[in-house]
Design a protein around this ligand. Sequence first.
Ligand code: MN
Length: 233
Amino acid sequence: MTDPAITDYVIPPPAIVAVPVAGGGSFPVRRVFCVGRNYAEHTREMGGDPNREPPFFFMKPADALLTGNADMPYPPASEDLHHEMELVVAIGTGGVDIPEASALDHVWGYAVGLDMTRRDVQNVARKAGRPWDMGKGFDHSAPIGDIFPAAKIGHPEAGTIELRVNGAVRQTSDISKMIWNIPETVSYLSRLVALAPGDLIFTGTPEGVNAVVRGDLLEGSVAGVGSLRTRIV
Ligand code: MN
């Protein structure tokens, strides 16, 4: 975050990334965390063991977010761009060692998001035991819909999560099928890092991940939470 009291930056400071809030206002983003393999059927399709192992996390830079249903440029260095439709948690109150019982008190709202993935780049990294960053955290890799305040929509525990590509359903599941639910995810992550206001958590994708090509229209939704749309260009 830039400090408005400091004026002697030697280069222009980066802009604060913000996601529009449904009904007005903007949610300033600090960090973007993502949960890996949080639905059993997706874990199986990726060749993993769906037994309940501890959750694992990776990150995307905040400025990878793509808001306002903007077009997503097909990224360089890949010929296998995949969609991963996800529920996104927006943290409003930070904390460490947050108990599951009070974890939802730290959640300001929810959105839907796409964890777009250069699967070919990620697979090379996986096989070599290298970091996933260049497969996951590239420019424009995180389209996100408007954030809905929990004060208005509550804390969703169930509801259809769906992604359509050119009108055809590609991914469909229910957020109740997450291996680690929202309180468990927030609590676990807060034992790894100090969560802070503005942090987002992409909570993992259900089965059905697949490739997209230029021209495809992606439309995603989570019942009771919101929707997004982006065209690959
Ligand atoms: Mn994902």
